[in-house]
Design a binder for this molecule. Structure first.
Ligand code: AMP
Length: 305
């Protein structure tokens, strides 16, 4: 095949002009704390980043946090780290999805500048022996059913805050109790970080988006929508039932679906997360559930206000 000289020159000029733009990416992946610190220093934004900690297997729920962070901060750091100390079930840790390559592709479209994806030895060069005390906050719901879970969350988030030194950090209301724990930890340790809560993003069926949804079969995923549908209905029914009647109704309605088994369904106040006895106190109330769909444990909640 003969290549016309004019066309060849034209193609070369285009290549030389455009190649650097294709090759250059504005998002940097760092693997070590040293690299992270050096990127933050050279950005001129050290100490003022927006930060989104995640365990990867990213979906639109995560991306909504990142997008909010990008809107509100000159520099955004996203961490991807499956934290072993917050898993009380080794099988859950083993099967947790790890999809770094596709996560990076998704993050590129958000405009975040730094992705920190360290190895376990980078975060835990030695075992973390710290024990946090969250009083009653971690004695209920997730704390009660997943012993040690929130201690592990506090260990990793406090370390990540120390490494990233963010001004603002973004957390989803999907993990309602986790948000309360993080706020309490920030106060206990006097950390200069503003915690920004972000709304739950749901699939079209209403199912709360979660990395664990990827572990469900198609049939399980369809049936898991019963969880959120029951929460939405419960919000409507709250004027007709007492608190305990409504908790019972939620449990029974979800359990009627043969794919689902409720671990807990509790109505709690939105600050100390203590069980609510009546509708008449002045607290804002949240209905929180944990439900097994086959082997996969899903959580969801809805705020009544
Ligand atoms: P994870 O990777 O599960 O640790 O989640 C990282 C962050 O994303 C946490 O602050 C979660 O609360 C948040 N998140 C996870 N799923 C959702 C969702 N469906 N909507 C909003 N935020 C979410």
């Amino acid at each position: 095949m003969r290549l016309d000289l004019g066309l060849f020159v034209y193609l070369m000029i285009n290549f030389i002009y455009f190649a650097p733009q294709f090759l250059q990416t504005s998002m940097i992946l760092v693997r070590t704390v040293t690299e992270l610190k050096s990127v933050l220093q050279s950005s001129g934004q050290a100490g003022s980043a927006g930060f989104v900690p995640t365990m990867g297997a990213l979906h639109r729920g995560h991306l909504s946090l990142v997008e909010k962070a990008v809107d509100e901060n000159p520099l955004v750091v996203v961490s991807i780290f499956v934290n072993p100390t917050q898993f009380n079930d080794p099988k859950d840790l083993e099967r947790y999805p790890r999809t770094l390559e596709s996560d990076l592709k998704l993050l590129e479209s958000t405009g975040c500048q730094v992705v920190f994806a360290p190895d376990v030895t980078e975060i835990y060069p030695e075992p973390d022996t710290r024990k946090f005390d969250f009083g009653q906050l971690d004695k209920v719901m997730e704390g009660k059913h997943r012993p040690g879970h929130f201690n592990g969350v506090a260990q990793v988030v406090s370390k990540l805050f120390e490494m990233v030194q963010p001004q603002k950090a973004y957390f989803g209301l999907k993990d309602f109790q986790q948000l309360a724990i993080i706020k309490s930890m920030v106060k206990q340790l006097n950390l200069p970080v503003e915690i920004i809560p972000c709304p739950i993003v749901r699939e079209q069926s209403g199912l709360a988006m979660s990395s664990r949804n990827e572990l469900l079969s198609a049939e399980e995923r369809t049936n898991a929508a019963t969880i959120s549908q029951t929460l939405f209905k419960a919000k409507e029914l709250r004027t007709e039932k007492s608190v305990s009647e409504l908790e019972k109704w939620v449990t029974e309605t979800i359990n009627k679906n043969p794919f689902l088994k409720v671990e807990y369904a509790e109505i709690v106040d939105d600050t100390l997360l203590q069980p609510v006895k009546s509708w008449h106190d002045h607290s804002v109330k949240v209905l929180c559930v944990a439900v097994f769909c086959g082997k996969i444990r899903l959580i969801d909640n809805i705020v009544f206000n």
